[in-house]
Structures are given as C-alpha cells and as structure tokens.
Design a protein around this ligand. Structure first.
Ligand code: FMN
Length: 198
C-alpha cells in the first residue's frame, strides 16, 4: 500500500500522550476537536527526524481531542516541481500527473493541516517548497470551496528560533492564500541531530 492510499495512521482516539502541540491556546483544543480530519505533512527527508517527531506529537494531540489523523511524507511521494507553464490557471489542473492530485484531495478533505519542515538555508526543504508550488494549481478551488480550514506550522532548526522567520513568513502567507488560518506555530530551535526533541 503506498503512502497515499494507506488508511489513517491512528484511529485509536484513546492514545494517551503529552501534547507537543499544546500551546496553551484554547482555540487549538476546540479547532481540532471531535471528528475533524487532521492531515500531517512532513517536509523533511529524514525519517524519524525532528520534524516527523513533532508532527507526530501534534497528531497525537489531535487524536486525544477526537480527531481522525493521517500523515504523509513528501519525500516518499512523487511530486515534481512546478514547470511554470501556467496551464493550471486556465484549467485548475496541473499538466503533470503524479501524487499531487491524490494529496490535494486529502488536503481538501481535511480541516487542519499540520505542515512541518526543518529550516534549510533559512527556508523550507526542497520537498516542501515543491509541494507548496504545486498547490498553485488548486489555489482558486480552495478559495471557491472556502470553509473552515486551519494550519499548524512545525519548524525545527539547528540554530536559534530567529532563523525560522523566513520559513514562518513564507508558509503563513502561502497557507493563508490557500484559505487556512494559522492556528499555531511550533518552533523547535537548537535541534540538529535526529531525535533531539524527545
Ligand atoms: C541542507 C541543510 C540545511 C540546513 N540549514 C539550516 C539553517 O539555515 N539554519 C538552521 O538553524 N539549521 C539548518 N539546518 C539544520 C536543520 O534545520 C536541523 O538539523 C533540523 O532539526 C533537521 O530536522 P529533521 O530532523 O526533521 O530533518 C540545515 C540542515 C540541512 C541538512
């Protein structure tokens, strides 16, 4: 079974673990509550790395609140970079046939997107950027089918939190354009080696 056809990672809503994503913001509890679909999107190529650990924790927190969660690893998917042909602005579809269509359907069905990327050279990873670029084809569809949508950003970095500023700015703006309100921004500065946030 491939990453996109796999069933939701955890349907056990009774998982008891501390929430990495507990920001103290009561809105977060409310927004990810019962029967919401929460999609984790991991932009790091490093499996079991800091981004994935923190996205997993956010998903566990969502499950504790009663949500149905699923996780995709962008590096395992076939998502070609945008070619800038502009056809999608007429058709609403990308000319490239790859995993992006199925991923977009999952996004459209989810109320909350947990978007994680480590800081790479002061920006997101190439995998995350390719994914965001490809959302260009569906931006208008998201606006047309506007509904309650939220995003949680998860951004580890080796250096201090300030190095995440361009990544936070770019993702916040891009996701806002995709009609998602940013619910929380989880920064994890000072983590370099895999597994440091545990
Ligand atoms: C190619 C590359 C570029 C990086 N650039 C930065 C950077 O500009 N600033 C920073 O603080 N950390 C940088 N890092 C470190 C990662 O952000 C850090 O190790 C992060 O915890 C990795 O997350 P992961 O385990 O999910 O892959 C870089 C790492 C790599 C591999």
């Amino acid at each position: 079974m491939d990453a996109l056809s796999a069933p939701p990672l955890r349907e056990n809503w009774m998982v008891k673990r501390k929430r990495a994503c507990n920001t103290g913001d009561e809105r977060l509890d409310w927004k990810v509550s019962a029967r919401k679909r929460v999609l984790g999107i991991v932009g790091s190529p490093r499996r079991g790395g800091n981004t994935e650990i923190l996205v997993d924790e956010a998903l566990v927190g969502a499950e504790e609140a009663g949500a149905l969660t699923e996780k995709v690893i962008l590096n395992k998917l076939d998502i070609a970079p945008c070619q800038g042909c502009g056809d999608c602005q007429q058709t609403g579809e990308c000319v490239q046939q790859d995993d992006m269509s199925a991923l977009f359907e999952k996004m459209a069905q989810s109320q909350v997107w947990v978007v994680g990327t480590p800081v790479y050279w002061h920006g997101p990873t190439a995998q995350l950027k390719a994914f965001i670029d490809r959302c260009y084809a569906r931006e208008r569809e998201l606006a047309r089918t506007r509904k309650e949508r939220y995003a949680i950003l998860v951004i580890p970095s080796a250096d201090h939190a300030g190095v995440a500023r361009y990544t936070v700015g770019m993702l916040t703006t891009a996701l806002n354009v995709m009609t998602a309100e940013i619910l929380a921004t989880v920064l994890a500065p000072g983590v370099f080696h895999r597994g440091t946030p545990r």
